[in-house]
Design a protein around this ligand. Structure first.
Ligand code: PRP
Ligand code: HPA
Length: 177
């Protein structure tokens, strides 16, 4: 489900970035707009107010900005899911699908305890390869992934459907068809 929020107008679209033919949805303009940033965080938090969420897991890099704000609002801990080689302590890792090839993401092994209830946060879901990898990583260490939350869904690329097929409830605030 998405909402027709006025925050949609604060997302900047850059044609042909990073490659010809791609319409890049840039959230830096949303983040720089105090009202839109607050509204987006409030809307991401809203369904979970009053429920027990132990951790918010944010995906590098833009998921850190949103996930930190969401965790603060929910009085939950924040857990970074990072690209390979960036975390200093013992990690668990998961490979994930990119448009061409694969990469690896990592999380500290002790960042989430088995059975903890976790919300996954990122700015945008496209093919869903990144979020799928993050869900698998969290489940590998025994977390319960309560939902995956995004500002933007690109539904034509099928990512939200991919997550729902893994039994992960998906929430995105806006969509660009
Ligand atoms: C973008 C975006 C998501 C991911 C979505 O990050 O912030 O994390 O791509 O794509 P997918 O659904 O097709 O996997 P990017 O990989 O560009 O990394 P960055 O935030 O570090 O720039
Ligand atoms: N914006 C930001 N990240 C992305 C996009 C986009 O349009 N497509 C895939 N990852």
């Amino acid at each position: 489900m998405t909402f027709d929020l006025d925050i949609k107008n604060t997302v900047r679209t850059i044609p042909d970035y990073p490659k010809p033919g791609i319409l890049f949805r840039d959230i830096t303009t949303l983040l720089a707009d105090a009202r839109a940033f607050r509204r987006a965080v409030d809307e991401l938090v809203h369904p979970w107010a009053g429920s027990k969420i132990d951790k918010v897991a944010g995906i590098e890099a833009r998921g850190f900005i949103l996930g930190g704000a969401v965790a603060h609002q929910l009085s939950a801990g924040f857990v970074p899911i990072r690209k390979k080689g960036k975390l200093p302590h013992k990690t668990v890792s998961m490979s994930y699908a990119l448009e061409y090839g694969t990469d690896e993401m990592e999380m500290h092994v002790d960042a989430v305890q088995p059975g903890e209830r976790v919300i996954l946060v990122d700015d945008l879901i496209a093919t869903g390869g990144t979020a799928e990898g993050a869900v698998k990583l969290l489940r590998q260490i025994g977390a319960t992934v309560v939902a995956a939350c995004f500002i933007i869904d690109l539904p034509d690329l099928g990512g939200a459907a991919k997550l729902r097929a893994l039994d992960v409830p998906v929430r995105a605030l806006i969509a660009f068809e």
